[in-house]
Design a protein around this ligand. Sequence first.
Ligand code: WTA
Length: 655
Amino acid sequence: MATETQQHAIDTMLLEERRYEAAPDFARQANAQPEIYERDWQEFWETEGRERVTWFEPFTELYEWNPPYAKWYLGGKLNVCFNCVDRHVEAGRGGQVAYYWEGEPEGERREIRFADLQRDVVRFANALKGLGVRKGTPVAIYMGMVPELPVAMLACTRLGAPHTVVFGGFSAESLADRMNDMECEVLITQDEGWRAGKTVPLKRNADEAVANASTVKKVVTLRRTGNDVPFDESRDVWWHEAVDGQSADAESCPCEPMDSEDLLYLLYTSGTTAKPKGIIHTTAGYLVGVAATHHYIFDVKPDSVYWCAADVGWVTGHSYIVYGPLCNGTTGVLYEGVPNYPNPERWWEIIERYKVDILYTAPTAIRSHMKWGPEHAQKHDLSSLRLLGSVGEPINPEAWVWYREHIGGDRTPVVDTWWQTETGMILITPLPGITTLKPGSATKPFPGVDAAVYSENGQTVGPGGGGYLVLKRPWPAMLRGIYKDDERYRETYWSKYEDVYFAGDGARVDEDGDFWLLGRVDDVMNVSGHRISTIEIESALVDHKKVAEAAVCGRKDERTGQAIVAYVTLKGGDEGSIDMLEELRNHVGTKIGPIAKPANIVFTPELPKTRSGKIMRRLLRDVAENRALGDTTTLADPTVVEEIKERAATEAPEE
Ligand code: WTA
């Protein structure tokens, strides 16, 4: 046992044996056919580069790799907005819907066709030009999920102005930090947003942020709710006034020819330490990467209605609501609000209304729906669905199976897609129609991607053993660095091992070569010398029929080094009891083994999550060890930890 622990950076114990073969009907019509895995990786990206996007000038060299910096499609010239909008209109597809937009207040709906999108983008780009935006002008965007958000992004790319989208749930301070780092000159926002039936004071926050961001000269504000907001005549412009009288003719604002490696956008990611990192994405490699993955992984067809239910403020929204789907000319759904407003049927209503065939969401949302119960989905006709996707966290096998059965009618493939803000595009994923699916496994590296699991000292870990996920060769959409911070870029991703990208996630590869993601390496626990990942214990807990969600962390323990503490949310608002606690401990004991039994279980109605829905185990560790809480600024709902602290204090430790 001891030698095994030395070899494996992480011990893995949970075995999931359910398998789902690809259905022959799906396989026949799938965009990805088995030969895709046989292709030479350079030939693959070369062909995707030539065929997936339209170039003003073709590239002359596929890639250049000066570790840790890559360049792709060198020598090419192209424009992202041209690829996402204009070329579809030119090809006669202007009448096709680009987005079905659904506002949060019931009954607010808009259909935006590609021709409408072009008109809106051109007018807004002309307006931005009037405000001094040119190729290279950094622009910040702080909005809710309104159609004008993709319009603003595309208008920037049309002009060659790099953007940073700041998620509308972030505070004035976070917005100011990002604008200062990027030295943004223009900020695009809206009066207010809608969230769970309440208004979000976007313009008010924006004003507070701009007061601390001296580079910002102009603020464009979209009227959304129509409520009164502060307005500074010398600096502020209303969106509707700015576009008033602007030409909608594409020729009035031609798409700027951009170099393949020109900056497309920065997206800030907070990570565990305070200062957010400005992740750099450039033009050509990013666009090819997101469009190719979107095409093959989601099996998108010309008549698909695709819905990625993320927020555009996260990388998932950038890559798989805006750039990938629009580049492929896909019809999508854009929904403004929360999944349970005005009730938990909202999503299923939307799927029924637009006959959505592809749904892409996060485990946290799936677990919320599990908690609310399958009856809401049952009231709706979801038979249009052909494919389901998951991203953002490891998905517990039970949530995976629930998703497939209750939402996918036990017929759709579920693609569990692993990637990061840094990777830009999906890297580990099943290909529907080819891959045998395993609940809880993201399965195989995407064609052209070389991933592995390394031990502490950089050896490849064999089948079954846990270790650290690394990427061994560059891929087109990879980050080009951290903005203005070369040292941190090298230190974060390239210092643990030489010449391979360290993702910061634990993983194991099984006998079939399938990858199982084990969560962030910071979350790994050490119990009596066993390095145990939190996800396995959480999944064993969620496997119990009464459990909706679980988060696990380690706390210091004199005897075992660390002891396992579990925070559990029960289904149907159940409060929990001592009997339940014993039952759950035993359940984990049978699923995994006695070593994995939580020393203590705290029942709680909610778990602390980041605004993008990831469980914050770091804060749970603080609670478990009775420490002052670390940075809580990225919490979606700060009251949740307070509640948990109280419950943790009243719960008698089990052993
Ligand atoms: C986690 C989101 C397991 C992982 C696109 C990664 C996942 C981090 C999965 C990146 C998955 C994302 N299975 N874990 N399918 N997808 N993660 O930057 O820890 O918001 O490093 O990008 O989410 O989060 P980010």
